[in-house]
Design a binder for this molecule. Structure first.
Ligand SMILES: NC(=O)c1ccc[n+]([C@@H]2O[C@H](COP(=O)([O-])OP(=O)(O)OC[C@H]3O[C@@H](n4cnc5c(N)ncnc54)[C@H](OP(=O)(O)O)[C@@H]3O)[C@@H](O)[C@H]2O)c1
Length: 218
């Protein structure tokens, strides 16, 4: 049984891999870019995988040889945009990476999932429509809201297989994505995220949580 994590060559994903490994889990790291840090941590690194490329996803699937108990889809992209100068390219790019790729990868991963597996998706509270009081960030908000909608359906569809699913906000974390600004470091974020995944069970499948344990609105 293994834990699969995407986007774990750096940032929050790398820290999720480190802490999961320290708990004794077998780690399969899915990365686009190689890093020495993930090579030192993971049991298997499958790199060169662009999650927006179907052939790349299929290549990754072929290299997964054991049942997955936990899957954390963490890879994501944040691009600045504003309504006066909206770029279709930027909107679509964020949709592809943040919403389409995690769903497409899940679809291909289904035969690899163990009975009772847990699927966690790293979203953002910026994808919460109810929580949006500051506007802007169109592509990021829309793409994470789309991810959330997809995960809700997954929770319903995978229930008969006893597979539980959740979306998680990691906090405002000091990573390359935020220019290393934020309220928390990746270590604290990853620790909180893993605690929430520990609590995931069929009766709370299809819910949205902050890494600090707060239930978030859609
Ligand atoms: N940091 C925050 O404050 C914050 C807040 C809310 C939500 N999040 C979410 O948390 C997750 C992790 O973010 P982070 O802060 O750790 O960001 P990060 O340091 O920028 O890391 C992003 C990761 O995603 C990977 N990635 C991006 N596009 C990819 C693609 N097309 N194919 C494969 N991998 C791709 C990157 O790989 P490369 O190295 O190859 O680019 C990298 O491993 C994201 O989903 C993000 O939206 C972060």
């Amino acid at each position: 049984m293994a834990t699969l994590i995407t986007g774990c060559n750096r940032g929050i994903g790398l820290e999720l891999a480190k802490q999961s490994k320290a708990r004794g889990e077998k780690i399969i790291a899915i990365c686009r870019t190689y890093s020495d840090e993930i090579r030192l941590v993971a049991d298997q690194v499958i790199d060169g995988i662009d999650l927006t490329d179907r052939a790349s996803l299929q290549k990754a699937i072929l290299q997964i040889r054991e049942p997955l108990q936990k899957v954390i889809q963490n890879a994501g992209v944040f691009l600045e945009d504003n309504i006066e100068d909206l770029s279709t390219e930027s909107l679509l790019k964020q949709f592809q990476v943040n919403a389409v790729a995690p769903l497409e990868f899940t679809s291909l991963l289904i035969p690899k999932l163990a009975d009772g597996a847990k699927l966690a998706f790293i979203t953002s509270r910026m994808g919460s429509i109810a929580d949006n009081t500051s506007g802007a960030y169109y592509g990021y908000r829309m793409s994470k809201a789309a991810l959330n909608a997809g995960v809700k359906s997954l929770a319903i569809d995978l229930k008969p297989r006893n597979i539980s699913v959740m979306v998680l906000h990691p906090g405002f974390v000091k990573t390359r994505m935020t220019g290393f600004r934020g309220d928390v470091v990746p270590e604290e974020s990853a620790s909180g995220l893993l605690q929430q995944i520990d609590k995931l069970s069929p009766n709370i499948s299809g819910t949205f949580w902050h890494m600090n344990g707060e239930l978030l609105p859609w």
